[in-house]
Design a protein around this ligand. Structure first.
Ligand code: ADP
Ligand code: MG
Length: 336
């Protein structure tokens, strides 16, 4: 349904939030938002654009697009150890479709509330469907997780499981639905990633180096290695069998491999390690802090897997459980 809505009707009807954070002096409606940062904290800010047909299939529901547009930014904040606070939204829509706007804005508002954030401003334009969200948060000055602080000897950890979103996208594109629960689980992981924000904010006390996995572990760990080179030669060894995958992904590969002797199917490690959209955390932890990090994850019941170690390089190497080296030729997702 397309109504005769103007730009300001859209803003008033759909993007004037009811939640109110005390640190928002002026929110939506003036030329700028005016905000009060907490004393003694640093501001962390990030922006991400989601474009229809590039970052999500055209068939994606508006409520999933809204959720994901916030979640991917919250994932960036988490990767720095920052607590989410404020959002701005630059929305480009082809027309004023009220049903679409209603679903999108409700989910946007629910998601903002879920992460204890407030929408404080934005921009609304007509054009191809594109959603740009800026998220800002606060971080303790001494607890900022950076990409450049990996050192040889540190352990590499990954939260949750990898590859589910990539498998979801593959199954969606190929319309190859072998197992409905597996398909739905993977599609859920694609559309509704779960940034590990609570764990990230707590673990930042013990962990100096992190990145969120948005372009695949290979690419994102690669960014850590590259950034850390300026201090010391850094490479990494990943034990592929230690990389966490969900029981759903495993069961999918068991099925498609169709082995006669019931032996486990061969997992497509390139899909797991080199695709995007996981929004899990990759942490690099010094030996002294490993037990604190592991206990913290246990206490929060968050799956955390040690997948390898930083060494003196060069580059990223993969081995199986017996130490045999494996070749992964792909890198990660790259727009260009
Ligand atoms: P200006 O022309 O001064 O840049 P706009 O006319 O673009 O302001 O927007 C008016 C007000 O509405 C501003 O406070 C702006 O931040 C807010 N706004 C515009 N679009 C959105 C949106 N999609 N979500 C939230 N706030 C928005
Ligand atoms: Mg404007």
């Amino acid at each position: 349904m397309t109504e005769d809505f103007g730009e300001f009707d859209i803003i008033r009807n759909f993007f004037t939030p009811d939640t109110r954070r005390e640190d928002v002096d002026i929110g939506v409606g003036d030329d700028c938002a005016v905000l009060t940062a907490p004393a003694g904290k640093k501001i962390a800010t990030t922006v991400d654009t989601l474009i229809a047909g590039v970052h999500f299939p055209f068939s994606t529901l508006p409520e999933d697009i809204a959720y994901k547009s916030i979640a991917v930014c919250v994932s960036d904040l988490a990767a720095m150890g920052a607590t989410p606070a404020w959002l701005t939204l630059a929305l480009s829509i082809p027309d004023a479709d009220t049903q679409w706007l209603q679903s999108f804005s409700r989910s946007f508002s629910d998601t903002a509330k879920y992460f204890d954030m407030q929408l404080i401003g934005g921009d609304t334009t007509r054009g191809p469907l594109s959603i740009t969200v800026q998220a800002t948060g606060f971080v303790e000055p001494g607890h900022i997780m950076r990409r450049d602080s990996a050192r040889p000897g540190d352990s590499i950890f990954v939260t949750g499981s990898l590859g589910d979103a990539a498998l979801g996208l593959l199954l969606l594109n190929e319309q190859k639905i072998i197992d409905k629960p597996v398909f739905e689980y993977c599609l859920g992981r694609l559309n509704r990633p779960t940034p590990r924000v609570e764990f990230a904010c707590a673990v930042a006390e013990y962990c100096a180096c992190a990145i969120d996995i948005s372009d695949g572990l290979v690419a994102d760990l690669g960014h850590i290695l590259e950034a850390s080179q300026k201090f010391s030669q850094c490479g990494a060894e990943i034990i592929v069998d230690a990389v966490p995958v969900s029981s759903e992904l495993r069961s999918y590969y068991d099925r498609v491999s169709n082995t006669s002797d019931n032996s486990p199917g061969a997992i497509n490690w390139e899909l797991v390690l080199c695709s995007g959209d996981d929004y899990e955390l990759c942490l690099v932890v010094s030996e002294q802090q490993v037990s604190a990090v592991v206990s913290l994850a246990d206490s929060m019941r968050l799956p955390l897997s040690r997948v390898g170690v930083i060494n003196a390089g060069p580059g990223l190497q993969f081995v199986d459980a017996s130490g045999e080296s494996l070749t992964i030729t792909k890198s990660g997702y790259d727009h260009f």
